[in-house]
Ligand binder design. Sequence first.
Ligand SMILES: Cc1cc2nc3c(=O)[nH]c(=O)nc-3n(C[C@H](O)[C@H](O)[C@H](O)COP(=O)(O)OP(=O)(O)OC[C@H]3O[C@@H](n4cnc5c(N)ncnc54)[C@H](O)[C@@H]3O)c2cc1C
Length: 381
Amino acid sequence: MAPRTPDPLHVVVLGGGIAAAEAVLALRAHADDRVTIELIAADPWLTLRPAATVSPFSGTPVGRFDLAELARDAGATLIVDRVEAVAPATRRVRLASGAQREYDALILALGARARAAVPGALTFRDQRDAAQLEHLLADLRRGELESLAITAPAGVSWTLPAYELALLAAAEVEHLGLSTRVSLVTPEHSPLEVFGGAASTAVAGVLAERGVDLATSSTPAAVDRHGLRLADGGAVPADRVVAAPALVGRRLPGVPADFGGFVATRALGGVVGLDGVYTAGDMTSFPVKQGGLAAQQADTVAAVVAARAGAHPPMPLLTSILRTQLFGAPGPMFLEASIDREGRPVPGASYVYEEAPWCPTGTFFGRHLTPWIAERALAAA
Ligand SMILES: Cc1cc2nc3c(=O)[nH]c(=O)nc-3n(C[C@H](O)[C@H](O)[C@H](O)COP(=O)(O)OP(=O)(O)OC[C@H]3O[C@@H](n4cnc5c(N)ncnc54)[C@H](O)[C@@H]3O)c2cc1C
């Protein structure tokens, strides 16, 4: 008699962003038919937030992809609903519709909440604030702004959106022959500090080339009629100020969270204190919140769950790699760096390229998700 095939492990993935999408695709790739997958997302679309900085300048809406299609391609079931609580003792999740779903393994990928941290500034979270930024750009293009400051509050490790906004605004000023001064004000000790060494030096160079005034070690406090006030009492003159938000965790009843609302994990993504529950992406307490990292964490978690289901996936890497394209630079510019377990750049592992060595290129890289997106984009063209 043939040995009985064990029942597949039922995996529930919560969220509809980069981390959840990568987790679903990676799970199927790693575990094949050893798992059944249910994706529960509040929104039926995967929206590519990393492209949100360019959209108000180009007028092109941020790309979004149908999660139903992604679920179908991964042999998963999509439920569009909001998760309200987890009951780890009975391995269930409760949804806003009143439904309950059971799981053998649960992957949490609900992201973080963005909140304004510089009173008086236009807080640019992502595509949701595109219209406000477009109004500001219209004033800029009419020559109504003498000065514009872009800033990031203390505690934000992924400051790239602020750099892109400053560079794109400065490019606009140059293109239209305006005299607006564009400043970038950041608490970081060096530009785009999380990338370290070579990338940071190169970013300082492109800011200078674009004529952006850079103020490092400068923490924004609030905006008043003179401009941007700094925490140390200084000020940066500015008619208008655009600020990146601070991120806070999404607390989910039943899931332990730290003071900031983020979920602490063990090295391979298991939630501390809960059996069979994993997390990836901006929701975790890892200090750097970035799409490519979200995808790497999701891939790791998917490999761990696949192994639990009896598969033999390749061993996940424990180093994290940041990869991105810097929009607004005068020419194509791709940055790469390794970061350690505390989110600090690894010395000697910071690189700058004119042509990305990873493929397909894009605003973020996920081993399974980026090729899926590239295929969808090709099919739609
Ligand atoms: C302007 C900007 C530019 C950026 N640029 C880059 C870049 O160039 N490169 C890069 O790699 N990263 C970049 N990032 C960071 C990147 O976008 C995030 O790190 C990434 O989106 C995090 O993915 P996530 O899946 O963890 O969370 P999210 O993208 O926040 O997704 C969370 C998902 O969970 C869903 N959800 C929330 N609550 C519930 C609930 N209760 N029930 C069900 N579903 C729920 C949401 O609807 C959403 O679909 C940028 C971010 C911004 C804002």
